[in-house]
Write a protein that binds this ligand. Structure first.
Ligand code: DHB
Length: 394
């Protein structure tokens, strides 16, 4: 099989890249190890930055998102027995975010790709990459009918996340890895209940962090900080609600809306970046190259940002034969990635309770929250990162 760009992974990065290339007349094949049903049903985060919303619309995948997504103009920070609001449009010249679940983004991207004639191969296995140092790299895989196949291409995009084959295919010693592990995880639930708040609540409490998010008027998404080695089986619905209530407190007139819980998951938290995001003709994008802790919801948005840069570089190459933008891909993408890393690490550090933290650290955390919500300059710094930093030169 011959194509211009072989894309490994049908997540947000791979699907967006494939559509961006298609719109520039560049052919690709997308390989995915899971089934279409599986990728369209996996529950993940749900916040889209303004730039991601704009990108979905620009590539013709935004119609359902604009109808069914919920625009949010701010968040609440709850700490020390009070709740303060950060107003995004007011602080960022009108920018907002959208609540729209990642698996809905995936459904829309798969649909728009299939409608535009895409070649997406689901349920492939034994994917491997070869000849990365030359001009004719190859991807080998077994298709879902068990047939071994080979793709000859010009470039390979590794969009296959942290567990994929792309990153480990780069020889050890070629990559630098920068990493932070956090001594806690998030316990996430979905429940059938009305919203408890018209905006997301990020709550700092000595028992641990809580995030009150939403998916729709009927379905709520909530998280609480937990021991990363804990098991969901240890948490009955009653115990979960007791923990949420203990951390959120009952404030004047406010009450947490409870309901049947139909999804429970524990996610680990870490920050990681690999540099450079390229080896020969293999380019990494999204989680294959970097991981953020979930606080601040940057993961999907960073993947979208990477493929914007990569699609532009590939388009420039096919139009002119020049490799300057491809050569600059890693540096260009990493500049913005590191800022998002800093923001995710900072939000995580400010809001969580660190095991073993002493009274001084805890007082400084409260002071930081007080400062962030009391100073327009500090609130603006949070808001402009939350809605998404600009794309230099894009
Ligand atoms: C959600 C996840 C996040 O990590 C976040 O910061 C906000 C919202 C969510 O899943 O709704």
């Amino acid at each position: 099989i011959r194509t211009q760009v072989a894309i490994i992974g049908a997540g947000p990065a791979g699907l967006l890249l494939s559509q961006l290339l298609h719109l520039q007349g560049i052919e690709s094949i997308v390989l995915e190890s899971r089934s279409r049903d599986a990728i369209e049903g996996t529950i993940k985060a749900g916040i889209l930055e303004q730039g991601t919303i704009d990108l979905m619309n620009a590539i013709g995948a935004g119609e359902r998102m604009m109808k069914e997504g919920f625009v949010h103009e701010g968040i609440r920070l709850r700490f020390d027995g009070r709740e303060e609001r950060i107003d995004f449009p007011e602080l960022t010249g009108g920018r907002k975010v959208m609540i729209y679940a990642q698996h809905e983004v995936i459904k829309d991207l798969v649909q728009v790709r299939l409608d535009t004639g895409a070649d997406i191969r689901f349920e492939v296995s034994e994917v491997s990459v070869h000849e990365l140092g030359g001009t004719r790299p190859q991807v080998r895989f077994r298709d879902r009918d068990g047939v071994l196949r080979r793709i000859d291409c010009d470039f390979i995009a590794g969009c296959d996340g942290t567990q994929g084959v792309s990153r480990p295919s780069i020889p050890a010693g070629e990559l630098s890895i920068y990493e932070r592990l956090y001594p806690f995880g998030w316990f996430g639930i979905l429940c059938k209940a009305p919203p408890s708040s018209d905006e997301l609540i990020y709550a700092h409490h000595e028992r641990g962090f809580v995030l009150v998010s939403t998916r729709s008027p009927e379905v709520q998404r909530m998280y609480f900080q937990c021991d990363p080695t804990d098991k969901v089986e240890n948490w009955s619905d009653d115990r979960i609600w007791a923990e949420f209530n203990a951390r959120l407190g009952s404030r004047d007139g406010w009450k947490l809306q409870e309901g049947p819980i139909f999804h429970k998951v524990i996610v680990g938290m870490r920050s990681q970046v690999v540099e450079p995001m390229r080896y020969g003709r293999l380019f990494l994008a999204g989680d294959a190259a970097h991981v953020v802790p979930p606080t601040g919801a940057k993961g999907l948005n960073l993947a979208a940002a990477d493929v914007r840069v990569l699609a532009r570089a590939l388009t420039h190459y096919y139009a002119t034969g020049r490799t300057d933008l491809l050569d600059g891909y890693s540096d260009t993408a990493l500049k913005r990635i590191w800022k998002a890393q800093r923001f995710s690490w900072w939000m995580t550090s400010m809001l969580h309770t660190f095991p073993g933290a002493d009274a001084f650290q805890r007082r400084v955390q409260i002071a930081e929250l007080d400062y962030v919500t009391g100073s327009r300059a500090a609130a603006t710094a949070l808001a402009e990162n939350y809605v998404g930093l600009p794309f230099d030169g894009l």
